[in-house]
Design a protein around this ligand. Structure first.
Ligand code: TYD
Length: 399
């Protein structure tokens, strides 16, 4: 097909079959659902890795249920981001901040103590309402040129735009960046955070592949993309959140110094983003799916009870692409009230609150493996010493 960043022809890397959108939990177990292909391709020309089939943002986000969990891991990450922005003098008491895809406003809540004013933009109506109720001004809109013009008129320019885990979540990052360019103040900055494709392929995180994740960025592809909008990548660094993410810092000002890290990334990516490493990734992903299915089916045959832990989006790719369903795993526990009582898309596994699985299962499949230490500690602190954990990524192991 065609690269959505530079329009060159792409090559297929991995086919995970078809799944319903990963966050489309259903109210009943037999509600009809449509599945769409999950095929990943890369562009040898600009290094972009993308989903072949993009779903419309309206299908994905208007009735979105994902709320950012309250988590010590994320709180620590927010502290690191804020310290960085202050140290680089990108953030001070005079800064106006707009966050795209601000969800319930946890990060903006922290930023509001450091900046002069904050504004959230998030298309999920219920989630934007929740943010407003908790005191974080949030408009329930897609961030595009139309809403950006309205922000410019009603609110003014932003010195800092934050786009965490959303620039990959839209068919047209061009639309989002053009809108960002409209409202950024002179000398303004853009902080973008997304899963880092090098981690995704090196750690065999094929479960990060679902319809919301339409792009898997690298410094190479992000530089190409930003360049098309008169922006320049000035820094990039890795963070462990969400199984390994990258923070990109871009500026509209040509005169800014560019960190030496940018060149270091470009050099290392040149040897990693290659046809042979993508082929290895596809092969190892297949092994994980097969091993996981064999293990879960074997445990069921031996009469063991296996539940899921974390109704994460990536868990749905993991389960559906491994052909594991409610026949094998009847329940998944999750702390998010909006997910509880619903059913996972595709596998139709019922979501129940944490701590409600009595008696505790023999095994939890850690579908939220990015919170491994935190979740195991929580289960053990709750007095459960017996349940074992199946950690699926990067290769299946039982702890
Ligand atoms: P998350 O890591 O945000 O991933 P994704 O982007 O793949 O959806 O999802 C983690 C899920 O795990 C989320 O639904 C909340 C849940 N969770 C718990 O149930 N208990 C916990 O202690 C933590 C940290 C998360």
């Amino acid at each position: 097909m065609t690269c959505r960043i530079c329009q060159a022809p792409t090559t297929e890397i991995l086919d995970l079959g078809s799944s319903p959108p990963a966050n489309a939990l259903t109210v009943t177990a037999d509600e009809p659902q449509t599945s769409y292909p999950l095929v990943v391709e890369w562009c040898p020309s600009c290094g972009n890795v993308q989903l072949r089939d993009a779903l419309s943002a309206d299908v994905l986000y208007r009735d979105y249920l994902y709320t950012t969990p309250r988590s010590p891991t994320l709180d620590a990450h927010y502290d690191i981001l804020i310290s960085y922005l202050r140290m680089k003098e990108i953030l001070n008491r005079g800064t106006s901040v707009v966050e795209i895809g601000s969800n319930v406003g946890h990060f903006l809540g922290r930023l509001s103590h450091e900046a002069s004013r904050v504004l959230g933009v998030d298309p999920a109506r219920e989630i934007a309402d929740e943010a407003n109720r908790s005191g974080i001004p949030t408009i329930a809109e897609f961030f595009d040129s139309v809403s950006a013009r309205r922000i410019l008129q009603d609110w003014g320019r932003a010195d800092l735009i934050v786009a965490r885990h959303c620039l990959a979540h839209n068919e047209s990052p061009h639309e989002m960046l053009a809108a960002a360019a409209l409202i950024l103040a002179e000398g303004g900055h853009l902080l973008i955070e997304n899963a880092y494709v090098v981690n995704t392929i090196e750690n065999i995180e094929f479960d990060q592949i679902y319809h919301e994740h339409m792009f898997y960025y690298s410094v190479t592809s992000m530089s190409a993309l930003l360049g098309q909008h008169g922006m320049r990548l000035v820094d990039a660094w890795l963070t462990p959140v969400h199984g390994g993410s990258i923070v990109f810092v871009a500026s509209v000002d040509d005169g800014q110094t560019v960190s030496s890290r940018v060149d270091e990334f470009l050099t290392s990516e040149a040897s990693i983003l290659t046809a042979s490493s993508f082929a290895r990734f596809a092969g190892r992903s297949h092994t994980v799916r097969k091993d996981l299915r064999d293990l879960v089916v074997g445990l069921r045959r031996a009469g063991k009870r296996v539940y899921g832990y974390g109704a994460s989006a990536k868990g749905n790719t993991l389960l559906n692409s491994s052909a594991i369903s409610r026949e094998h795993i009847p329940y998944t526990v999750d702390s998010t009230p909006m997910k509880q009582g619903r059913f996972l898309p595709g596998s139709r596994i019922e979501v129940i609150p944490e701590g409600s699985s009595h008696p505790a299962p023999d095994y939890y499949l850690l579908t939220a493996w990015n919170y491994e230490a935190e979740i195991i500690r929580k289960v053990r602190d709750g007095g459960n010493r017996a349940t074992r954990f199946i950690v699926p990524i990067p290769s299946v192991r039982v702890v």
